[in-house]
Design a protein around this ligand. Structure first.
Ligand code: ADP
Length: 546
């Protein structure tokens, strides 16, 4: 028997419509370095319509890709809403990609128009001349755009405000197939070329709803959300759409992502919620602690993208009574996959044991653990294997690149290794490419880093595998000490030995000025391994038998 229900396609257009009609008074606030720029959702929606009209005037048609090379700001939100709703495909470009990768992704996606911040015009100019698909460039904001001028095949630059100025303030948003692509994002391609994920309208709609659930981020009209995670990093984890549909204010920091301006924004705008990777919160905390800043406006902070150190969560809780909620996801999963909200009925201590896991699988996502032979293992919190996931906002392949090795019987292979318990909580011990195999056993680099970062003298720590004649591989700990404090090797090793298995404790250590980071702010262990291989790291060893 068929249902009696109406067929309403799940479109980004509906997210736009609802936010504009019902939450027209909510606002998008953009930090400009020396002050804030504000616009209501009603104004942003009108400008989104003008943008769609302007882009149509530039020849953008259904299915065409529109790239954005932008930080987080109002115009980027307008593009998020307008481009998919008009039937084109939003392709968010990572402003921190190496030129070669940037050229590759623009070319691979076939971007026709690129909306570019004037502040990063020079970065785009280095590659766009070699991207034949790009016909026009639209420039947002002020800055030196001369490197982009006069490039062959690209035509005259158009200022964003000029593009929309005389356009009608409404657009006839088309009916679309909900399975059509709405947006594209490339993984950062730590090995080989980046891989493209094309989100559908349907996946975006469902994913946007998921983040409003109290089992996940609980974004609601009571919130003012500071979106620190870049809009080019897995669609800022989908937060702009969730905020828009629920009427939460959006506070956008533009390129001002250092601790000092972020704290300034937090104290001035008093956001209730925010999302960013752990390295950002670590920097913010260090700054706030030394400047006596007030971060207490948050009801919560979502943090993920890499393991969140327990010490970071504890400090935020102690100093500001702000819970940092850990989440797990990937570009391939839109990205929301698991959120570490503790189960009901647990005491404080037990709650911490859940909060420090990667997360509890969210409704809509199914997860399994697969052993070395490709067989599903029990969800008992003990059986270790690679996580595989599936669900309506998980990619089924890569754009123009089937990569069969990344999929398994309709499941996405995540490349993350760990356990799932009876309640659906994921514990990640490593990424497959970062695991340390020593004498046939695995050591969790994530666990070692987490414990080390709990030492009062340690600011950051990354642990990588290095070759070892006897054991095959051993861990190398690369440690950044806090300013003005010291700790000896023996002290750090002893601290570890009290908390992890003795054979996990690294013999070799390197004190570094900074842990190298990827384009989205994660520890770049590949760089550390390469530096070690080239003899560029100053390595010290614990005396034998200590
Ligand atoms: P990239 O592969 O460029 O890092 P993603 O941002 O898509 O791009 O990264 C997804 C990966 O980030 C996951 O597969 C996982 O390894 C890691 N990750 C995300 N959240 C967490 C978390 N809470 N704990 C540990 N690792 C995480």
């Amino acid at each position: 028997m068929r249902s009696t229900m109406q067929e309403a396609p799940l479109l980004v257009r509906e997210i736009l419509r609802h936010g504009a009609q019902v939450h027209g008074r909510s606002e998008v606030v953009t930090f400009e370095g020396d002050g804030f720029r504000r616009a209501t959702f009603a104004e942003v929606a009108e400008r989104a319509a003008k943008l769609a009209n302007g882009l149509t005037g530039l020849g953008v048609r259904s299915g065409d890709r529109v790239g954005t090379f932008c930080f987080n700001h109002q115009e980027h939100v307008e593009a998020y809403l307008a481009v998919p709703s008009m039937g084109a495909v939003l392709h968010t470009l990572n402003v921190r990609l190496f030129p070669e990768q940037l050229r590759y992704v623009i070319d691979h996606a076939g971007d026709k128009v690129v909306i570019c911040d004037a502040a990063v015009a020079g970065l785009l100019a280095r590659v766009v001349g070699e991207c034949p698909s790009v016909e026009r460039i639209v420039v947002v904001g002020e800055g030196d755009t001369s490197p982009l001028e006069g490039l062959e095949g690209v035509g005259d630059l158009i200022a964003y405000d000029d593009l929309i100025r005389d356009q009608p303030g409404s657009h006839d948003w088309p009916d679309l197939d909900e399975r059509d692509a709405a947006a594209m994002c490339y993984t950062s391609g730590t090995t080989g070329n980046p891989k493209g994920v094309a989100y559908s309208h349907r996946s975006t709609y469902l994913h946007s709803l998921a983040s409003t659930s109290s089992a996940t981020l609980g974004i609601s009209s009571s919130d003012r959300v500071l979106v620190v995670v870049p809009q080019f990093h897995a669609n800022a984890w989908g937060i702009p759409y969730s905020a828009w549909l629920s009427g939460a204010d959006l506070i956008m920091p533009k390129q001002f992502l250092q601790a000092e301006p972020l704290v300034k924004i937090i104290e001035a705008e008093r956001p209730t919620f925010a999302g960013a990777v752990p390295t950002i919160w670590n920097d913010v905390l260090r700054y706030a602690e030394t400047h006596g800043s007030d971060l207490s406006s948050f009801r919560g902070i979502v943090c993920g993208g890499s393991a969140v150190p327990r010490s970071l969560m504890e400090r935020f809780q102690e100093l500001y009574d702000v819970p940092i909620v850990q989440a797990w996801g990937m570009t391939e999963t839109s990205p929301l996959g698991a959120v570490a909200v503790p189960p009901r009925g647990v005491d404080d201590d037990e709650a911490w044991s859940y909060r420090t896991k990667a997360g509890r699988v969210v409704f809509g996502i199914e997860v399994r653990v697969v052993d070395g032979e490709g067989n599903p293992a029990p969800h008992d919190g003990r059986s270790v294997g690679e996580f595989e996931v599936r669900g309506p906002w998980v990619t089924a392949c890569y754009q123009g690149d089937p990569s069969p090795d990344r999929f398994h019987d309709g499941w996405l292979r995540t490349g993350d290794v760990g356990t799932v318990d009876e309640l659906g909580y994921l514990t990640i011990t490593d990424r497959t490419k970062d695991v340390i195999k020593t004498g046939g056993e695995w050591i969790s680099s994530v666990e070692l880093e987490n414990v080390l970062m709990g030492h009062p003298a340690v600011f950051e720590a990354a642990v990588v595998a290095i070759p070892d004649e006897r054991w095959d591989e051993r861990p190398l700990a690369c440690v950044v000490l806090k300013e003005g404090v010291s700790a000896t090797l023996e002290e750090l090793a002893g601290f570890l030995a009290d908390r992890v298995a003795k054979w996990w404790v690294p013999e070799r250590w390197s004190f570094v000025g900074e842990v190298p980071k990827t384009s989205v702010g994660k520890f770049d262990k590949k760089v550390l391994r390469a530096e070690f291989a080239k003899g560029e790291l100053k390595v010290v060893a614990l005396p034998k038998g200590s």
